[in-house]
Each structure stands twice: as structure tokens, then as C-alpha cells.
Design a protein around this ligand. Sequence first.
Ligand code: DNO
Length: 395
Amino acid sequence: MRESWRWFGPGDPVSLEEIRQTGATDIVSALHDIPIGEAWPLEQILAHKTRIEARNTIHSPLYWTVVESIPVHEDIKLAAPGHERYIENWILTVKRLGEAGIKTICYNFMPVIDWTRTDLKHEMPNGAIALRFDQDRFAAFDLFILERDRAEKDYSAEERDRARAAFENMCADDVAQLTETIIAGLPGKMTEAYTIDDFRQALARYDGMTHAALRANLMAFLGKVLPHADRAGVKLAIHPDDPPWDMFGLPRIICTPRDLNLLFGKLPNPSNGMTLCVGTYGSRPDNDLPQMAIDFAERIHFAHLRGVSRDKDEQRSFVEANHLDSDIDMIGVIRNLLSNETELDREIFIRPDHGHLMMADLENAKSNPGYSGIGRMKGLAEVRGVIRALSVEEQ
Ligand code: DNO
């Protein structure tokens, strides 16, 4: 397994020198400054790679090997008139990354919103801070802050009552904070940051969009991209919709093994692959993560290792737990990924996906939610221990 680490570029409060000290060898990054829809210029790709790899002769080396993510323009997801040029640009970026030797590309196809949480400062019993998705607060936002048309029908009477109680508990600051957390952005999101009016308009563009129609748009997009990726030797790794269910009346189509079977069944190209985001898929009790690691062995090019603990009485609410202590059998997942590697004679990139805000980082005002240094280092170290122990057992 190749231990990788997400780096957001020169503005990231966690520096490349610090990442080196965690023991990671591979960098997961993107050109975040290029507007969504434009092709990434080759010179900028090479400059970013040089920046990442500059000190490799002096210190233990770091390589830019994984892209997360090339954003997919909303017009592609909508198959809106003129979207073909955005697909052409996406293909150009894939080809250029291939030329630069960066052969694993994570992306997602979530309409309007990328990953979504409701609380960025959930205190764990030990005082560390975790990210949380709370269904009642989410529903409170949808029903009483956004006041989305037809939102009512997406919640049961009991859910609406709980959402109202959550809403009535919020002061104006809480409302502003929750709104910002949901629509203005978490680090690494691949969609625009919205104001509430823009958000309403962005949602309106999807009125009437069914799962089947969105899936057809994904297939049409990939139908054009995959032949080029195959030729460039690049592996695409689709990231699941996080959390993996419909939200705001939007269809979400990469949530379960069934969704993945539809995707790979229709387009079996070797470059058509997936990111096994353990935390995302594991937010649903019906997704069996160790089994998915076996069933999709050839398709998994990248894995995000993170645990979630779901609330007992509300199956949609969860907290990002410790990497090894959660509702997910992380050791089983790692064991199965390791045997895939042996059987298929290849290496999978893994990264610690999110970590708790803890220790000195609690004082660090600049930490990106989920992406602080110390918490992720703890996660990586725990996961590394499991990998080493299981690898010795295998021999
Ligand atoms: C959050 C991440 C997302 C993800 C993108 C993938 O931490 O999992 O930013 O990277 O949605 O395209």
C-alpha cells in the first residue's frame, strides 16, 4: 500500500516538510485555483509537481501521484447545452496529468453539493474535535432556513418535528454557521461556494432530474472520457456521494454496491475505477465495507480510510470516529485490500481521510476542518500499524 496524504497547495497550513515527517510517501493534490470547467495547463501541473518533489534529493522523497479531484462542471452533470466543451477540457486535463506521470485521478459526480456535514466542532469524550452529520440539523436547514419547495415530503412527520425542535434551539449565529457549513464550503469540495439565493438557483436547475437521467449523464460523460484515460494509462476513481443518500431532492447515484455494479457493468473499461471511501460508504448500515473491498477488487485504485459511528436511534446521523474504533470493521477492510494487492500484483493508494482536531492543532486557527495535521497523523499511524501487522501475518 502506498501511504498518501492530501495537500491543498502552498496555502495549506500543513506543510510538505511536516507531511514528510508523518511517513507518507505520496501526495494527493489538485490545482485548486483553476476555475471549474477549465483545462489544467500542463506548465501548471508540472510546476505543482516540481514544488511537491523539490526537496526529494535532500529528504525522504514525496511524489505527487494522485489527483483529488478534477471537478466536474455542473453543465456536464445536467447535460446542459454546450457542456461538450467542458468534457473536452476534462479530457485534456486527464491527458496532461498522464503525460506528467500522475496516473490516479479521484473525482465525483455529486450534483450541486460536495461532501456535507452539519457540525465542524463536535466534541469527543476525550476533548478532541470531530466532524458530524446530524440529520435533525440538516432537516432543520432544509425545511426552515432554506425553506425549499417540496422539502416536506422528504421527511416523515416525526422527522419534521425533530427538525423543528432543533431549529427552535438555534440562535441567529447558529443559523449562520449551519448555513455556511452546508452551502459555502468544506475543504476540497469540488462544487462552487454559494450564497443562499445562488444555492436555490443551483438546485432549481435540477428540478425533475431523476436518478436514471443523472446516471445517463454520468455514463455519457464517462463514455467520452474513458477511452482517453485507457490510452493514457490513467485510472479514474469515482468518489461516492457523501453522505450516500439523496439530499435536497437531488438524486445521488454513487451510494451503494448496486450503483457501482451499474457503473462498471455498463462501462467495463480498465480505467473505470473507484475510490473506496470507507467513511462515506460506511455511513450507511447496509454497505458491507470488507465485502466491498473484495467484490470491487480490480476497480479500487484509491482508498480513504476513516471510521464513522452512527447514532443508535437515528441511522442517518453520524460522527467521524477514531480510525480504528467505529462502526466499520477497518481491520477487515485493510486485510481484504492487502490480499487484493497480492492477488492482482499492484499497489493501492490509501490516505487517512480526515482526523480529529487535537493537541496543538486546537490552537491553530488556520486548520482546515477534517484536515488538521496531528489528527490525520494519528489516523495514518494507526492504520500503518494494522497494515504492517497484517503484512507480516500474510508472509
Ligand atoms: C472530503 C473529501 C471530498 C472528496 C471529493 C472527491 O474530505 O472526501 O473532498 O475529496 O468530493 O471528489
